[in-house]
Design a protein around this ligand. Structure first.
Ligand code: PMV
Length: 335
């Protein structure tokens, strides 16, 4: 069977890092998706075609007649390893292996903290299973996706794989293997803009750095983690009331706490402060930090101005609606 699967990217609105230590996080799907097309191959081989896996940055330097071009192309290879691992773990789970041609495409840049790796993982899991004539529940897809992320990254919470599978606005909390997901049932018309600045550190480095600080200074860093949890719980209420002013305030608080964990950078802070001074109600880094994305919330009429100012200090900016549908599977039955 030929199968076409899409899955959305995401932004973390509140609670990144603290979620790794049992605190809740609030995350929402965005309107940009990863597409995976699967076609069975009778010769049993597995081929992967990665098309349009856009990389965030290209830097061209002219020096004494020499031109050097640096890209973040290195980010494409990890994306491929998520595909590989997804096929491996899904065939092990199904106890069946079949040949397949996989073509993957992304509407968003990889490695920017928008959850592309989780979207690639869950879309590949579903595409591989369905192309072999198997069906998987959303729960199974999300769980296998989490296994893929853990296998490739070493450390990962189930946050990204959950939101890309289910979509919407989600509060997520986990402890060990127990995951609690709550659909917050709010609509997607939050006026937000995202800005990307070059990543200096990987998610894994950031997570391990926080873990290290927490184990050295549990009294201090443990309090910050708890406080992020408190902010997230307050944000859940503000989101449901659609109280943009309070949400902005809580985003600012959350950013300050992330900065004190040490995961922000000078560039991220510059974008955050520029967004606020151009009229945003709140701004924070989103995702693991060490570079990556900033999310700003603004009243709709000021959104353009906020975006323009943020664009000056970043590689690119992007408006998105939130809460789009989770994984979608289309099966073309063979004739
Ligand atoms: O950079 P991202 O989007 O993969 O976000 C990582 C979020 C963390 O909470 C820092 C880690 C995790 O696995 O939840």
């Amino acid at each position: 069977m030929r199968v076409y699967v899409t899955a959305p990217g995401k932004v973390t609105l509140f609670g990144e890092h603290a979620v790794v230590y049992g605190q809740p996080a609030i995350v929402a799907s965005i309107d940009k998706r990863v597409h995976v097309f699967a076609e069975p191959r009778p010769d049993g081989t597995i081929t992967i075609e990665a098309r349009d896996l856009r990389v965030p940055g290209v830097i061209v330097t002219y020096k004494e007649g020499e031109v050097t071009v640096e890209t973040e192309y290195g980010l494409v290879l990890p994306a491929i390893s998520y595909l590989n691992k997804a096929v491996e773990l899904t065939s092990r789970y199904l106890d069946s292996r079949h040949g397949v041609k996989l073509v993957v495409r992304s509407e968003m840049p990889v490695g920017a903290g928008l959850g592309t790796s989780a979207a690639v993982a869950v879309a590949t899991i579903a595409a591989y299973a369905y192309s072999g004539g198997y069906e998987l529940s959303r729960d199974e897809i999300a769980r296998l996706g989490w296994e893929v992320e853990k296998a490739v990254q070493g450390v990962a919470s189930p946050m990204d794989t959950s939101i890309t599978t289910y979509g919407g606005f989600m509060k997520i909390e986990y402890s060990g293997e127990i995951i609690e997901r709550q659909n917050l049932g709010v609509n997607g018309d939050l006026p937000i803009v995202l800005a990307y600045v070059e990543r200096e550190f990987k998610t894994r480095d950031m997570v391990l750095m926080v873990r290290d600080k927490l184990s050295k200074y549990p009294q201090l860093y443990g309090r910050i983690i708890e406080l992020i949890g408190e902010v997230t719980r307050a944000a859940e209420k503000a989101l449901v009331r659609h109280d943009l002013h309070e949400l902005g305030l809580l985003m600012n608080l959350n950013h300050g706490l992330l900065d004190s964990l040490g995961v922000s950078t000078r560039k991220l802070n510059e974008v955050v402060y520029a967004a606020r001074s151009s009229g945003a109600l709140g701004a924070k880094l989103t995702g693991a930090g060490g570079g990556g994305c900033v999310i700003a919330l603004s009243q709709s009429e000021k959104l353009e101005t906020v975006e323009t100012i943020m664009r000056f200090l970043s590689e690119f900016t992007m408006k998105t609606s939130l809460g789009s549908e989770g994984i979608k599977v289309e099966i073309e039955k063979s004739s």
